[in-house]
Design a protein around this ligand. Structure first.
Ligand SMILES: [Zn+2]
Length: 182
């Protein structure tokens, strides 16, 4: 049985969003290839984002993927301790400005509350952008550069270089093959 398509979800929201492109060898595979894919992703994230309508998911898919790419670039720059380009910041800022998320206390916890009349897809994008902004200063934010990975993850140790042991093994095997071949 193939692994469940969204089984890897569960990192901070912006990481789960950025990781919807997956590296296969040196190419990237698009996991949000239709509005239905976007809604399936949102369903798995239902505790953190609203359900975008079928119509909005279909007609605004390009816009969703553009913001995803911007968040990917923003997180990658942060993980590599480099500044993001002004164009990337502008895209993320636009998503944040589209829906003001107000911190509110609820039963002793802080929740970010969106205006009741906002569009669910705009809210989804704003919450994802907010999650990215929250992650930027985190020293745990990391990018796994192993072959066929290219995913963001949160380090559980300071010197953790790969998202999991399989990626470390794959990198060592690839390096070994490269040395033997040269
Ligand atoms: Zn990895």
């Amino acid at each position: 049985m193939p692994p469940e398509r969204w089984s890897w979800l569960g990192e901070p929201l912006a990481i789960d969003f950025a990781n919807t492109v997956r590296r296969r060898g040196s190419d990237y595979t698009e996991l949000l290839s239709s509005g239905a894919d976007l809604r399936a992703w949102a369903q798995h994230e239902a505790s953190r984002v609203p359900d975008p309508s079928e119509y909005a998911s279909d007609i605004r898919l390009d816009e969703v993927r553009e913001l995803r790419d911007a968040i990917f670039a923003l997180l990658l720059a942060a993980a590599q301790h480099e500044p993001a380009s002004p164009g990337i910041e502008k895209q993320v800022n636009a998503a944040l400005a589209a829906v003001p998320l107000i911190p509110q206390l609820r039963d002793g916890a802080v929740e970010l509350v969106a205006p009741p009349d906002c569009d669910p897809l705009d809210e989804l994008l704003a919450r994802t952008a907010m999650s990215a902004v929250d992650l930027l200063p985190s020293p745990a934010l990391a990018y796994c550069d192993a072959p066929s990975c290219g995913q963001f993850f949160m380090r559980s140790r300071r010197d953790q270089r790969w998202c999991g042991p399989a990626c470390g093994t794959r990198t060592r095997v690839a390096r070994h093959a490269l040395r033997k071949g040269s």
